[in-house]
Ligand binder design. Structure first.
Ligand SMILES: [Zn+2]
Length: 335
């Protein structure tokens, strides 16, 4: 008489998810989210001069570029099939004033860069960040009222000037980032009235007052000289407020919306994705970049794997496209 062998418990498991993970071909076939170069937009910081390519101390591997150097970088983006760039102008202190008027100069940095990119790389999308903090002498995102608070009606008027100037230079998309109530409507109306109805608006609809913007302020020389931006950016503790911001900006005519920062706000990104059918973009901000870079430099993380994982998480959470300082490197890794 033979003894009955006890059945090891794993034989009794009808479902073993591991069956589908054993071989690389199976994993590739079943992968739910894929990154590709066309998912990314490259932010570029512009400065005056020629042949300028200066590294930003708090963002190793990211540079401020004069227009000629920016064109070179755009060429690298085009070669890697990155669909577009997001332009930020960084002007000298003597060009700054209380309203940020250098931002709507038809011969300003962003305007000239746009025309140059248009000429050399007609298929590359040009998105212009529309705000004032890089252009005001006080570093706030608009005109200030005597009490030190932002004067939103005056700021909206200037935003219209800025948007028209960018549209005239040939941008495809205007991306207002100042969290001014009514900014999308103001820009849309100004564009339509001037027959720029083909220019799209990407709203930084859901922008949190985040500590992760630290290195950007160094890069764009846009730190407020007093106070902070909590009076107009969202409280990191709030989720429902994001839905109100989303609804308002869509009602005002935004073509696309953005969630910023990305990785610390993946829950919000997922919520926004589920609540609207408009394209949703996410901005992997300077602090997210510098954190990964620093951890890799310290030997704590493997750069390529951790960057790709962070971006995959952002896409999986619902981003249609990701603005990332890693865009060029990532395109190379994905190749
Ligand atoms: Zn700003």
């Amino acid at each position: 008489m033979t003894a009955t062998l006890p059945i090891p418990p794993h034989f009794a498991l009808r479902h073993q998810p591991r069956r589908l993970r054993r071989r690389a071909a199976m994993r590739a076939m079943l992968r739910e989210t894929q990154l590709q170069a066309s998912d990314f937009l490259l932010p570029i910081f512009l400065v005056e001069g020629t042949g300028v390519r200066e590294e930003i101390a708090s963002m190793p591997g990211v540079f401020r570029h004069s227009i000629d150097s920016c064109l070179q970088l755009c060429g690298e983006a085009v070669a890697r099939r990155i669909p577009g760039v997001l332009l930020f102008g960084v002007v000298a202190a003597q060009c700054k004033d209380a309203s940020g008027s250098a931002s709507w100069d038809s011969n300003g940095l962003v305007q000239r860069a746009t025309r140059a990119i248009r000429e050399h790389y007609p298929d590359l999308l040009v998105i212009a960040d529309a705000c004032f903090c890089e252009y005001t002498d006080h570093g706030h995102c608009g005109v200030l009222a005597p009490d030190g608070d932002r004067d939103d009606p005056a700021t909206l008027e200037n935003l219209q000037r800025q948007a028209l100037s960018y549209a005239e230079a040939g941008v495809d998309v205007i991306a207002p980032s100042g969290m001014v109530d009514g900014m999308v409507l103001a820009i849309r109306e100004a564009l339509d009235a001037a027959r720029y109805e083909r220019v799209a608006v990407l709203s930084y609809a859901i922008k949190y007052a985040s500590a992760f913007y630290g290195p950007f302020r160094d890069a764009a020389d846009s730190a407020p000289s007093f106070g902070d931006r909590r009076a107009y950016q969202m409280d990191p503790a709030n989720r429902r407020e994001a839905f109100r911001e989303l609804a308002l900006d869509l009602e005002e005519g935004a073509d696309m919306v953005m969630v910023k920062p990305a990785m610390p706000y993946l829950d919000i990104l997922r919520d926004v994705r589920e609540r609207c059918d408009f394209p949703v973009l996410a901005y992997q901000v300077s602090g997210e970049y510098s954190m990964l870079r620093a951890a890799a430099a310290a030997g704590a993380l493997e750069l390529q794997r951790s960057v790709l994982e962070s971006l995959l998480a952002i896409k999986r959470a619902g981003a249609d496209a990701i603005i990332s300082y890693f865009a060029i490197e990532v395109a190379d890794w994905l190749d």
